[in-house]
Design a protein around this ligand. Structure first.
Ligand code: 5RP
Length: 234
């Protein structure tokens, strides 16, 4: 396992390890995207290598997850080849008290929603800074859109009361492109009072592939914190 010295990274590593420790031999595992889940993928690989875990197979939620899984020796499969996912481990950008989430900070929410929704148990790995009373308080809501529909979708989102902005990549040299070849619009809503309705409304706009609201999908939330200088997981 990577030796981390930064307390935040150590805490994320602990959360990832805790999630990975809940995976049993023979499981089909949804592999999420992001910096916290990356530690879970690494830990699953370590458990396989040590012989503590056997015969798992992963379903990656992104190109990033696929690359990491290969790096750590986790065999992969596709949804065409399986009829169940036992457990999925994935990060989140916000978590509300009802375990509803905003995801998509890594522009992978479309595949993540497919995989995480299919899992018998979806374990979310976050730090305590991601816990909010109401979704949309700290993080913009990502919406994946096919490129030719970006302008009409942005106008439609404005009519819904949102402030949309096209997600740009590093140094703003061009837009972020998803694994599906689409673009991401990040939306500020003053208040997301009814996430279940907003999730449906956004997905109904022609040209929208998927948005980052995950309502009623998560089962377990593992929260990392630094207490008295030490990382803890609850
Ligand atoms: C990617 C995601 C990530 O899971 C989310 O952004 C959290 O990532 P991190 O663990 O790096 O904070 O939804 O689309």
């Amino acid at each position: 396992m990577a030796v981390e010295t930064d307390p935040v990274k150590i805490m994320k590593q602990e959360v990832g390890k805790t999630a990975a420790s809940r995976v049993s031999s023979g499981a089909i595992v949804g592999l999420g995207t992001g910096s916290t889940t990356a530690y879970a993928i690494e830990s699953l690989g370590n458990r396989l290598q040590s012989g503590d875990l056997k015969d798992i197979v992963g379903v990656p939620t992104s190109f990033q997850a696929e690359v990491l899984a290969k790096q750590y020796g986790i065999p992969l499969t596709t949804l065409d080849a399986i009829d169940r996912i036992d457990v999925a481990i994935d990060g989140a950008d916000e978590v509300d008290p009802q375990k509803n989430l905003i995801k998509g900070g890594g522009a992978a929410h479309t595949r993540e929603k497919v995989v995480d929704s299919l899992a018998a148990e979806f374990i979310v790995v976050v730090d305590s800074g991601k816990l909010v009373d109401r979704l949309g308080s700290t993080f913009l809501l990502p919406v994946e859109v096919i490129p030719m529909a970006v302008t009409p979708v942005m106008r439609a989102i404005e009519k819904l009361g949102g402030k949309p902005e096209l997600r740009m990549g590093i140094k703003k040299a061009g837009p972020v492109v998803t694994d599906q070849g689409n673009l991401v619009i990040d939306v500020k809503f003053e208040a997301i009072d009814n996430p279940i309705e907003l999730e449906k409304t956004l997905n109904n706009l022609p040209g929208v592939l998927e948005n980052g609201l995950f309502v009623g999908v998560a089962n377990t939330i593992l929260v990392g914190e630094i207490k008295d200088g030490k990382p803890t997981v609850r």
